[in-house]
Design a binder for this molecule. Sequence first.
Ligand code: MN3
Length: 244
Amino acid sequence: MKKREFLKVSGIITAGAMVSPLITSCGDTSGDSNQSDAPAGLFSQPELGFDYAALEPNIDARTMEIHYSKHHAGYTKKFNAALQGNADFANQTVEEILANLKDDNASEGIRNNGGGFYNHSLFWSIMAADAGGTPQGDIANAINASFGSFEAFQDKFSEAAATVFGSGWAWLCKDDENKLFITSTPNQDNPLMGNIVEQSGTPILGIDVWEHAYYLNYQNERKKYIGNFFNVINWKAVEGRLVG
Ligand code: MN3
């Protein structure tokens, strides 16, 4: 696995510095990002690679703004705060922290907010304007090999997302042999949490099915949101996670 895949914890990086390779940039770019309030030297929210309105009509601008600047910013801030009191995870990447979580070594604050920080960072990275459509290349081959066809994958992924009870995520993951599988997790858990979740792996695509992700625009129609999510999937970015 390439090092650029990791979001690094660093004691020497000051608050506001961008440490995420998901979208490279520098500096504190948003007054809403809460970076100025974050404890120094921990994780920073990656910059959104598109305008809040860029995914309309599939995801509306107001939902994107609240989701990024309030929800994700909040998880990031609380994750950093929770880590301040736990030396076990010092100098670990977020992937390492999540993989090392056990019921008895992590507070709910680290599990929920670390998951929330990671999950949303991934979520923004695999969406784009003028995206969607049918995947090509390595990711298409991998999907076909694992699920038979893109349509069969869509059906299975949509079903997984639709049947999450309450709040959670559905995921397309790769295992140790780069084979793909679909799973779902409750709350802000994710498949990196191998000691906690039923099926562990590396997520390469995820959909947030918490109501805050869609309720303003879709109200209770989660299935409609899931269907339209396919219009904004950045398959090139998903492929980058597959082969990365
Ligand atoms: Mn969310």
